[in-house]
Design a protein around this ligand. Structure first.
Ligand code: AMP
Length: 281
């Protein structure tokens, strides 16, 4: 595995690889790596791509300073995991490499409706930050395929929109969420939970499974209310539980029995904000 810290050096190296007909797969992360991230790396390697992983905790996508400061950092462990997984290239830039002119006055992207709902409305500015870092990373790496996780369902839609705004030929591959044995979606933030919090955290998966197993045509509100009660009774502060159309994320409270839906949850447990989702039909 080759480690790059400078954007220009990485771009130059990858340009040479591209001219030798190597195809590039890219896995952007914020580190504190777990099997969910490594699955994305595996998917890229399986496609025989020169696989680039980046670790960069992007300050512009955090609307909460404490969340940014407390974001787990396990860089030595991350490097060992990526090396063992067979990653070809690791990119660990500094803030000045990603944002050479500073972080104020960065480009803004027209994300339309997508930015007004769920993570967009709960975390103002978050998706602008995601697009700022992703547009820069896509430009630096210039990958053929980009691997991202369904765990961040709305983020995948935002990045897909960004790619079309950028008019970049990269193809976005969305990989299924990797879960612990009890259903809890793997997340870097899980490390901040106590042992008992970690056990309780699986309730999000249980609540979504109950919705999926009991959904029927008509109003979805009783199911949503039940799921919310399930979580609050276990000590969560629910930010949102919503059901939306799976393909364009329109919030839906009535089901016609046919349209494919996704249930999306964000909830705080022990002051840690957890998100998850499940396609339910
Ligand atoms: P993050 O480091 O949290 O920014 O995540 C980096 C990438 O890994 C994003 O595309 C995430 O959606 C993806 N990811 C995070 N957790 C999981 C998971 N449990 N399963 C699959 N992909 C994941």
């Amino acid at each position: 595995m080759i480690l790059f810290k400078r954007a220009d050096a990485l771009s130059e190296y990858l340009q040479k690889q591209r001219s030798r007909s190597n195809r590039i797969g890219f896995v952007p992360t914020m580190g504190a790596l777990h099997d969910g991230h490594l699955e994305l790396v595996q998917q890229s390697l399986k496609e025989d791509l020169l696989t680039v992983c980046s670790i960069f905790v992007n300050p512009t996508q955090f609307n909460n300073a404490t969340d940014f400061e407390k974001y787990p950092k396990t860089i030595a462990d991350d490097i060992a995991k990526l090396e063992a997984a067979g990653t070809d290239i690791l990119f660990i830039p500094g803030v000045s490499d990603i944002y050479p002119n500073g972080t104020s006055g960065l480009e803004r992207f027209d994300l339309g409706y997508l930015e007004t709902i769920l993570e967009g409305s709960s975390r103002p500015g978050h998706f602008q930050g995601v697009c700022q870092v992703m547009s820069r990373l896509i430009t630096i790496v210039n990958p053929h395929l980009l691997f991202m996780g369904q765990k961040d369902y709305q983020q995948c839609m935002v990045v897909s929109r960004l790619i079309s705004i950028m008019n970049h030929p990269v193809k976005l591959i969305t990989a299924p969420t990797v879960r612990q044995a009890d259903g809890l979606a793997m997340s870097s933030r899980n490390r901040r939970l106590t042992d008992s919090g970690r056990t309780t955290a699986t309730s999000i998966f249980q609540a979504m499974t109950t919705i999926r197993n009991n959904i029927k045509p008509g109003s979805l509100l009783p199911l949503i209310a039940k799921a919310e009660k399930h979580l609050t009774s276990r000590g969560f502060t629910v930010d949102y539980i919503e059901i939306a159309t799976a393909n364009d994320l329109k919030i839906t409270h009535e089901w016609d029995g046919k349209t494919s839906l996704v249930c999306l949850v964000a909830a705080f447990l022990e002051e840690v904000r957890l998100i998850d989702n499940m396609v339910i039909s």
